[in-house]
Write a protein that binds this ligand. Structure first.
Ligand code: CUA
Length: 333
């Protein structure tokens, strides 16, 4: 009914967000008209006339009227708050079957990496009706990942991970903007999200793999009697990269992935669970906790362990940290 309705409602979060904005707008319009009418009424009723030069009366408060206004306003504002809160929590509540994509913002483009290692710049292809979890970080300065058609926006911060969870509900191309001023080409920091039907998505995946590996499309591949029917070789996924780094960077000297305690805690079964710390507190082992434990190991020491681990700040690239986090995550359950 109002301005937002010109945008498609292309995710599961869009409708409720629009409804809330419309509710707020309607409340605003009604309040505005009410206030203006009251002003006009009082101007007409109480204006001073030349024929009636009486003294301005001293007016006492009116508890019932004031109380009513306060209660009504309080209730309206609380409805807006609760509605927004419920939507916000819905956004944070990532479904178990969510498809994960790593997103890195940098001056001035967006990098996307799928869990199987496929990377794209400024283009993200997603299947419809599939819950998505974007894991966002920045390689340099603050950015903000904004998809107006999905009604989602999340600040992207260097050195930490933020999440964005939604389910695309409409096929088509949707524009991504950077919504945080980040330098000269901020306004050019654009990406496209392509949402495909499930089968189209599968086809796209196959086609992309062949093109990437053979430099040809599947039809050309069969023309040249390439190994048709054989599945294309797998690419190195972040988990595999992380597994290698785990050895080359020496993590395995202190951390087992089989449950034995070496110098530091074993890392299998950690991700996604609560970890008990030396100071008695508990912390949820999510991406940010793993990252922090690599960069600043002594800030949250696990119970019954000594703060012995050196920091890896400055010795690992963002990509390597992402890979290590992905590997530890894969040991989670
Ligand atoms: Cu990135 Cu603005």
């Amino acid at each position: 009914m109002l301005a937002l309705f010109t945008l498609p409602q292309a995710s599961n979060l869009a409708k409720s967000s629009d409804d809330l904005f419309n509710f707020i707008t309607v409340v605003d319009i009604i309040s505005f008209i009410g206030v203006i009418l009251a002003i006009l009424y009082f101007i007409i009723k109480y204006h001073r006339t030349k024929t009636d030069p009486e003294k301005t009366p001293y007016i006492e408060g009116h508890p019932v009227a004031e109380g009513t206004v306060m209660v009504v306003l309080f209730v309206l504002v609380m409805i807006m708050f609760a509605w927004g809160w419920v939507d916000y929590v819905k956004q944070l509540d990532v479904p178990r079957n969510a498809m994960e994509v790593n997103v890195t913002g940098r001056q001035w483009l967006w990098n996307f990496e799928y869990t199987n290692g496929r990377k794209f710049t400024n283009e993200l292809t997603l299947p419809i009706d599939q819950p998505i979890k974007l894991i966002l970080t920045s390689a340099d300065v603050l950015h903000s990942f904004f998809i107006p058609d999905f009604r989602v926006k999340q600040d992207v911060v260097p050195g930490t991970y933020h999440y964005l969870s939604f389910t695309p509900t409409m096929t088509g191309d949707f524009q991504v903007y950077c919504a945080e001023y980040c330098g000269t080409s901020h306004s050019g920091m654009l990406a496209k999200i392509h949402v495909l039907e499930k089968e189209e998505y599968e086809k796209w995946q196959k086609k992309w793999e062949w093109e990437k590996i053979l430099g040809v499309t599947p039809s050309e591949a069969s023309d040249k009697s390439s190994p048709t029917g054989a599945s294309p070789p797998a690419m190195e996924s972040p988990v595999e990269r992380g597994k290698k780094l785990f050895t080359t960077k020496g993590c395995n000297a202190c951390h087992s992935v089989t449950g034995q305690t070496v110098v530091g805690p074993a890392l299998n079964g950690v991700f996604g669970h609560d970890v008990e710390l030396a100071d008695g507190k508990k912390v949820m082992a999510d991406e940010n906790y793993i990252r922090e434990s690599i960069m600043d190991p002594n800030s949250k020491v696990v119970k019954n362990f000594q703060p012995l681990m050196p920091t890896f700040k400055g010795t690992l690239s963002d990509d390597e940290i992402n890979a290590l986090v992905a590997y530890v995550k894969s040991l989670g359950n």
